[in-house]
Ligand binder design. Structure first.
Ligand code: PLP
Length: 355
């Protein structure tokens, strides 16, 4: 049954973000940039130590255990950290809190597709300066008047990391706008903009536990910024939903952050497999845009990406493909374990040889 016109006029309708498929069963899942390794064993211990009787009580609305662990890890004040239900939650709250101008918010044409959805949902005007031919952000495009700036570093799905002086240049040209740097993949890349937070009162850095910390299923993300901006974010959060982080997420998250050695080893393994994957794909004739995240963005000059995507699926191998004009010939391939990548290479060789 259709909604009557009289009702429809007051309903907020949006074109939603489309998440990657979550297939069940035995597949090789290289489509949503999850970590192929389990989280730190300390997470299991934290889970076992949970007092389930306490589940009847609301969790700490300030997320103190987790924030304390993060503040210590990043050497910032506890009043400089905000936590939420994945960085999607944190970013969405940032849009609501900081992007309230009549001027357009700026983000690249090829980037995390959720930005456009939040802008539409919250009715924030936006413009999308085009990446250059090599899929790099053109920093001069962000020198003009705007209602805020957001970009991921490394960018997704291009896997290109820009050095800190590039980020700082955009910050310096936007002293009167909030600039959000979405560092979902920073641990696989280079220096984080967190070190600029004390010098730029317009900077917000967001990160997540979903990729480098193997905890996409626990839903933990955070922002680091000046105490004043974090206070604004908290005010909006408390006006929206005070108890966002479950007791389990808070304890498991804090345990994961404290196990630094495990985290570093995990990241090292993925970077090593990434290097191998890059070499194998190059040998098969693929071209890649960058290699600074836990995924690669690759095209083959002779084979249609949509066709490759479908052929891989027949093998039970899931990668990501978009029908957007500029990136239609690319596949985004998450770095899995070495065993998963071997299955992927074997399938690719078979597909390409039997064409
Ligand atoms: C994965 C991702 C996020 C969100 O991750 P959460 O699971 O919500 O923490 C945010 N930004 C980019 C660019 C991502 O790729």
């Amino acid at each position: 049954m259709k909604i009557r016109q009289e009702l429809l006029k007051n309903i907020r309708q949006v074109e939603p973000y489309v998440p990657g498929e979550q297939p069940q069963g035995r597949v090789v899942k290289l489509n949503t940039n999850e970590n192929p390794y389990p989280p730190s064993p300390e997470v299991r211990k934290a889970l076992d130590a949970l007092d389930t009787d306490a589940f009847r009580l609301y969790p700490d609305p300030a997320s103190s255990v987790l924030i304390r662990a993060l503040a210590e890890q990043y050497q910032v004040g506890e009043d400089q950290v905000f936590a939420g239900v994945g960085s999607d939650d944190v970013l969405s709250l940032c849009f609501l809190t900081f992007f309230n101008s009549d001027k357009p918010v700026l983000f690249p044409d090829i980037t995390y597709s959720f930005y456009k959805v939040w802008a539409q949902l919250y009715r924030i005007p936006y413009e999308c300066p085009a990446l250059d031919e090599d899929f790099r952000i053109v920093k001069e495009d962000y020198y003009r008047e705007n209602g805020g700036v957001i970009f991921p570093n490394p960018n997704a799905p291009t896997a290109i990391y820009e050095e800190l002086d590039f980020v700082e240049d955009i910050l310096a040209h936007n002293r009167d706008s909030i600039v959000i740097v979405d560092e979902a993949y920073i641990d696989f890349a280079g220096r984080s903009a967190v070190e600029l937070v004390d010098r730029y009162d317009n900077l917000i850095v967001t990160q997540t536990f979903s990729k480098s910390r193997s905890m996409a299923g626990m839903r933990i993300g955070y922002a680091i910024a000046s105490p004043a901006l974090i206070r604004c974010l908290n005010d909006v959060k408390y006006s929206f939903n005070s108890y966002t982080m479950s007791r389990a997420a808070l304890e498991c998250g804090a345990a994961a952050v404290r196990d630094r050695a495990y985290f570093e080893e995990n990241v090292r393994k993925i970077r090593e497999t990434r290097m191998r994957t890059q070499n194998e794909l190059q040998e098969l004739g693929f071209e890649m845009t960058g290699s600074d995240a836990n995924f690669l963005f690759a095209r083959h000059p002779e084979y249609d990406a949509g066709w490759l995507f479908r052929e891989l699926k027949k093998w039970g191998i899931y990668v990501r493909h978009w029908n957007d004009e500029r990136i239609r010939q690319y596949l985004r391939i998450t770095i899995g374990t070495d065993e998963e990548m071997d299955i992927f290479f074997q399938a690719l060789r078979d597909i390409l040889n039997n064409k």
